[in-house]
Ligand binder design. Structure first.
Ligand code: FO1
Length: 334
């Protein structure tokens, strides 16, 4: 799928430019674009910083869903039907836990459990999440750098009409049913970016904000990294920092998950324009789906360069194509 370029936009061809990219990713949408970028960029040119606001303790185990979704996707181990969890999974442990009266609402597969058990063991030994992630990536044959946003605990709390809910309680246990009133990220003021995150931002040509939920996947990362992004000297080595966001809202709907419902409950009509407005002041480049091309003039008026492209990633080829379109879009002048 070829992107429709704005008339006055000049694109530098991908092949002539070596780009250092930092991608900010949440769950399934973020993992897919990160996978597309990893198909094109050399390992030393791509750092993926992942949301850990969804992390929680369950059955005595430390679970880091977005980190696992990104890693399993990059390693080719992800369940293609759900996007999260492992391919060819079995569910013996969780069904036996349920039979014994334990909680079965969060579906942990047998292979996936090994990840949580080993991660929890290492955390208890005193290793930090970023170190463990680096070791796991090596074991899974992932060559690009994957970093949790922080080694410190940050927990997304969904403020609803039924009270404050921990993220997975809201998302999985309550199936996103309670009405959203707001969000907060407990621990964010004490959280430092994980080792390597600041350095990656310092030397990046561009930050790619993947098509993940802005409210609960991207905002926690930005809350932790905002100082690193704002303090980055610009222009860096002659290149201004481009910040490119890809809309997770297509035709007024979220590809996956509750993003559109969240916008509505917060009194905002869900659209690519609403996403662009949310990122206004930070983002320099904005990518929206072809179906939303009529919104392009309004997004441009927010002082963003725009690209209309095929953003629905159904196949691995779609991921690669969108990544290529995004990389070609970086550094465009108007
Ligand atoms: N999502 C669900 O909707 N139901 C589940 O039972 C579930 C289990 C699960 C287990 C491991 C894991 O890494 C992810 C899992 N997810 C599940 C996905 C996860 O809750 C969300 O995708 C993210 O937190 C939002 O990005």
């Amino acid at each position: 799928m070829k992107p429709m370029k704005s008339k006055e936009t000049v694109h530098r061809p991908l092949s002539t430019v070596r780009q250092k990219i930092v991608a900010l990713a949440g769950g399934v949408g973020g993992a897919k674009l990160a996978h597309g970028l990893a198909q094109i960029l050399a390992p030393e040119d791509l750092t993926i910083i992942v949301n850990t606001g969804d992390d929680f303790e369950h059955l005595g185990l430390y679970i880091s869903p977005d980190l696992d979704t990104v890693c399993y996707t990059l390693a080719g181990l992800a369940n293609p039907d759900t996007g999260w969890g492992r391919v060819d999974e079995t569910w013996n442990a969780i069904s036996n836990i349920e039979k014994l009266g334990g909680p079965g609402w969060f579906h942990l597969g047998d292979q996936d459990l090994a990840t949580h058990i080993e991660r929890t063991r290492r955390l208890k030994e005193g290793q930090c999440l970023s170190e463990i992630t680096r070791d796991f990536c090596k074991a899974w044959g992932i060559h690009h750098t994957v970093i949790p946003m922080s080694d410190n605990p940050v927990r997304t709390i969904v403020e609803t009409d039924e009270g404050d809910l921990a993220f997975q309680e809201y998302f999985v246990h309550r199936r996103c049913e309670p009405r959203v009133k707001g969000f907060r990220f407990d621990g964010v003021n004490e959280a430092e970016p994980a080792p390597g995150a600041r350095e990656a931002i310092q030397s990046a040509d561009a930050i790619v904000i993947c098509p993940s939920n802005p409210w609960v996947s991207i905002n926690p990362i930005l809350s932790v990294l905002q100082f690193s992004i704002l303090q980055r000297p610009a222009p860096f080595q002659g290149h201004p920092l481009s910040i490119i966001a890809i809309s997770p809202i297509i035709g007024g709907q979220a590809v996956k998950g509750p993003a559109a419902k969240m916008y509505r409950e917060l009194g905002i009509e869900p659209s690519a324009l609403a996403v662009a407005k949310q990122y206004q002041g930070l983002v320099t480049h904005f990518v929206m789906d072809k179906i939303d091309s009529q919104l392009e003039p309004e997004v441009k008026s927010l002082n963003m360069q725009t690209l209309v492209a095929g953003t629905l990633m159904k196949t691995p080829d779609d991921r690669r194509q969108l990544a290529e379109d995004v990389l070609n879009f970086i550094g465009t002048e108007q």
